[in-house]
Every structure is written in C-alpha cells, then in structure tokens.
Design a protein around this ligand. Structure first.
Ligand SMILES: Cc1cc2nc3c(=O)[nH]c(=O)nc-3n(C[C@H](O)[C@H](O)[C@H](O)COP(=O)(O)OP(=O)(O)OC[C@H]3O[C@@H](n4cnc5c(N)ncnc54)[C@H](O)[C@@H]3O)c2cc1C
Length: 504
C-alpha cells in the first residue's frame, strides 16, 4: 500500500520522530525520543498543550516510590498487578495482561522521572481494593505535569508546533513514513523515520462512540478535542481498536473559571513545598480553602446525595428524571444540557461532614458542602426560601415550588427518601453529563508498536497513552496517567531507536 504522494502545494518538513498530540503521553514521548538523540517534531492541533492530562485530577498510582518508602510501605509491582484485577469486575476477560505487566513494572520509574523533572506529589493515599496506599497526587494541580514536561521538551530542542492538526499517516513500502497535517493553515507533509500517535481518546469522537456505545454518541466530552483522530488514522492503514465499548459518562460539575490568580501561577517548587509543609502542620480550617483554591478540574457529585433525598431540576425549575436510576442519561435532553442538585437544610447538614461528602477532591481527598460554599461560589447557590433560591439560579420560582410540592407529595420513588422541607435551600450546579474518558485503544505490542488484526506490526508506527491503550483496562484511580507517561516514554524511546537504525 502506498499513499505518500505529495501535491505541488504541500509544504515539507522532516524529522526523525513525529509525535502526534501534546498531552501527557505525547510530551513524554517527545522527551524520551529527544533524549535518545532523535530530531523530534511534536504536532498539537490545539493552540495550547496539555490535552486531557491538563484537565485531570492528577493522581498516579505506583509502587516502590520515594513517598512509599518514606512512609515505610513495603510494596511491589507484582502486588500492584494482582490488585488491578480486583477493579476489573466483569470486564476482566477483556483485559490485556501483557500491557498491565508493562504498566506495573515501569510506573515506579515514571514517578521518579516526573519528580526528577520537578513534579511534586503528596501521598501515597489508600484506595481499596489496592492492598497498600499507592495513589500519588500532584501538587498544586495537573497543570504542573504540562509545565515541567514542556520545560524539559524545550530544553531538549523538541520542535513543538501548535495549531498543527494531523489528518493522515503516509505509507511507503509498507511502512509509516510520515504524516499529512495542516500546520498554521498550510497543508504540510512531514516525513520521518518513526511516528508516535498520542492523540488521546475518542471521548468527543462521534463515529467511534456510535460504534462502541450508541447511546453516548451525542453526549458531550470534557475534552472536546479528543475526537479519536489517531484511532481512525491507524484504522485506515490496517490498525484495529480494542475495547471500543468501554467508556465512562458521568454527572460532573462544570470546572471553575480559570481566571483566578492562583490558577495562573506556575507550579513553583517553593509553592508545592509550602503546600506539603502545610499538609503536615497547618490546621485543616486554614489549609482546606488554600488547597481547594488550586482545584481546576471537573468534580463529580456523589450518587449518595440522591439516595439521601437530593433531587435534580432543570433550568425551567422542573424535575425531569428518577435520580435513583441513571439520571445522567436524561441531563443532555434538558435546556443547556444542564441541571442543578437541590438540597434542603437537613441534607446540607448531612453533607457537611464525614462520611457524607459532596465529591472527592484533589489535595483534601473529600469536599463537603462548606468547602463548596467557600471555594466554589460559581456553583453554590443558597436561598432561605425556594423562591429566593429560584431567583439566584434564574429559574421560575412558581415552577420550582410546584416541583418540590409534587416531589414531597407523590413524586418520591418508593417513598424511601425524605421530603425536601425546610430552608435554607441549596442548589449545586450546573451539572452536566460528560463522557469523561474512553478506554478503547489501538492494538499494540508490549513495545508500543501498532499492529494489524493478525498481530503483524505496522513498521514505523507506535502509539501511546489513550490512543495506544491496546485493550488494557485501567480501572481505579491513577492508572490512566500512569499509562500515559509510561507508554509515552517507552514509545518515544523505541521510535527514536528505530528512526536512528539502532536495535530496539
Ligand atoms: C476530569 C478528568 C479527570 C481525570 N483524572 C485522572 C486522574 O486523576 N488520574 C488518572 O490516572 N487519570 C485521570 N483522568 C484520565 C487521564 O487524564 C487521561 O487518560 C490521560 O490524560 C490521557 O493522556 P493522553 O496523553 O493519552 O491524552 P491527552 O492528554 O488528551 O492528549 C492528547 C492530545 O492530542 C491532541 N490531538 C488530538 N488529535 C490530534 C490531531 N489530529 N493532531 C494533533 N494533535 C491532536 C489533543 O488536542 C491533546 O492535546 C482524568 C480524566 C478526566 C477527563
């Protein structure tokens, strides 16, 4: 198969290694390739780097790290391997155990490498059924990954092109020989010795979502850029996508506005050292607001809110779903695809202390209603009466009052939930239903080479991160980022060695 014809108008670039995508896996691949003496060009379709990695909570799960050792925790990749199986449940037969082995054996070194670049973690935190605390959480937030990775990539001379959207892989003499891309609005042919696809998942890719889970095809993604371009490009030249049906949609609060000063601060070492010291010594009342002011991500409200009696209302003030079934699926059909979670005084008190939290949150593990009142004024609304609350969220007061009246009367599912009676009333939102991530990835070898259905490698083509997930299950917290950085580094190194004619 040949498809490398160059049209007269194409601009031409050359590199040893092309990396497609500038999120966590792509940046890790670019750095590893450059450290292996390859000339690297990284093509990112957005005008900024970071991808979903930059939007994430930032946890990474690993054993034998400096933090585990400091905490006196004896742990091993073998135990990690066994514990990952406990998260899989009925999905277990779909897992790629060879790739799981690659992850658990290499992620300890990945954490040490990230720390050597300047990244700071706190933890490790427990996350059963992991038998030991293994979850490492980044400080102050996941933007720090991108800050330190970009700094290292630039030191190494990686040629980073923004606004560079890759459309196709060129095949010459049965091998991947380059890509076709629009760079700065110009059709460009980029030739190379090897390519790493690191274009993220397909959470915003209608075509692949429709194939895997048709009911989620029209549900918005948190990262609207991840349209599965790498998956589709690989498929067009013989690659295959594994586990396309595994994807996660969930109610989440909108992200905080990123205009605050703290969110624009670079993650200086001094700041993260201060945060770490504060975690050890400062009283929680002082520390919580400080830590939470660095939260940048989309937090997920706990389903227990609904079990205890909270209801969902839309922007017309109407209740539109049974909160105890699958309420998220009904949210995209509401005005602005949004809803509010309504609480009365009883629920507000209940969700102000352990064990009833509103959401998990980076840095403090669990966030309660007072945390939202203090730190998320954009999504926290309160009124002494339903009428007052309606005004503050901009819904018709009469409609909201009628909704609560009906719910308190006949509308409560099985009458198992208490009525919403006494003010002050609180509305948290907007919440939306988002496809958070998709786990389908192109089939790869344990060296991250893209393969065909029959297992034959497509020479010159590697894939990393979500694109190169290859049927690996990454349930639980902290495995996706672990995989993104680990597979990125390994794919980048292997691509550089191939491009330079060195043995793998
Ligand atoms: C809200 C949220 C919280 C999360 N929290 C965690 C967590 O705490 N721990 C954890 O382990 N995982 C977490 N995850 C998952 C994790 O963030 C992702 O799995 C991981 O970041 C994927 O990294 P990646 O490099 O594969 O993709 P990305 O970081 O998404 O990078 C892909 C890049 O490729 C670019 N791109 C796409 N197509 C093209 C193209 N055609 N040409 C050029 N560039 C292209 C995109 O613009 C993007 O910049 C979270 C996800 C979400 C949504």
């Amino acid at each position: 198969m040949e498809n490398a014809a160059r049209s007269a108008n194409d601009h031409l670039l050359t590199a040893d290694v092309i990396v497609v995508g500038g999120g966590g896996s792509g940046l890790a691949a670019a750095i590893a390739a450059a450290e292996n003496k390859a000339r690297v060009v990284l093509l990112e379709k957005n005008t900024h780097l970071g991808g979903t990695t930059r939007l994430s909570i930032g946890s990474i799960t690993a054993t034998r790290t400096a933090l585990q050792k400091k905490a006196g925790i004896q742990d091993s990749p073998d135990e990690h391997f066994e514990d990952m199986a406990k998260f899989a449940g009925e999905l277990a037969p779909k897992d790629n155990l060879a790739l799981r082995r690659v992850l658990v054996d290499n992620v300890p070194d990945t954490v040490a490498w990230l720390e050597s670049l300047g990244v700071s973690f706190f933890g490790p935190m427990p996350e059963p059924p992991h038998r030991k605390p293994r979850m490492h959480n980044i400080l102050p937030n996941s933007r720090a990954y991108i800050y330190y990775l970009v700094r290292r990539a630039r030191q190494l001379g990686v040629d980073i092109r923004l606004g560079a959207e890759v459309a196709d892989i060129l095949i010459e003499k049965e091998r991947a020989a380059g890509v076709k891309a629009m760079i700065d609005g110009r059709s460009t042919l980029v030739r190379s010795g090897a390519i790493v696809l690191a274009s993220g998942d397909f959470s915003a890719g209608r075509e692949l979502k429709r194939e895997g889970r048709p009911e989620l095809a029209e549900v918005d993604a948190i990262n609207s850029s991840n349209t599965g371009d790498g998956h589709l490009m690989a498929r067009r030249i013989g690659g295959v996508v594994r586990n396309a049906e595994i994807m996660y949609a969930q109610l989440r609060f909108v992200a905080p506005p990123s205009t605050s000063l703290v969110l624009r601060l670079p993650p200086w070492k001094a700041l993260t050292t201060l945060m770490k010291a504060g975690m050890r010594w400062a009283p929680p009342a002082v520390l919580r607001p400080f830590i939470l002011s660095f939260v940048t991500t989309y937090l997920a409200p706990e389903p227990s809110l609904f079990r205890e009696g909270a209801i969902l209302v839309n922007k017309r003030g109407e209740r539109f779903t049974d909160e105890l079934r699958q309420p998220a699926l009904d949210v995209p059909g509401q005005p602005d695809k949004a809803a509010y979670i309504l609480l009365d005084r009883r629920l507000s008190t209940l969700f102000s202390a352990w064990p009833n939290f509103i959401s998990t949150a980076p840095g403090v593990a669990y966030a309660y209603l007072p945390d939202y009142r203090r730190n998320r004024r954009d999504i926290y609304h309160e009124g002494n009466t339903l009428g007052e609350l309606a005004k503050s969220i901009g819904v018709p007061a009469a409609a909201l009052e009628a909704t609560v009246r009906t719910y308190n009367g006949a509308g409560r599912t099985g009458r198992s939930r208490p009525p919403l009676e006494e003010g002050p009333f609180v509305a948290l939102g907007p919440v939306r239903n988002w496809v958070v991530l998709t786990d389908g990835g192109v089939a790869v070898t344990t060296e991250h080479e893209v393969t065909r259905e029959d297992g034959r490698v497509i020479p010159g083509l590697f894939a990393a991160g979500s694109t190169g997930q290859g049927g690996l299950l990454l349930e639980g917290h902290g495995h996706h980022l672990g995989w993104a950085f680990t597979s990125g580094r390994r794919a980048g190194r292997n691509a550089a060695r191939l491009a330079r004619g060195l043995p793998a």
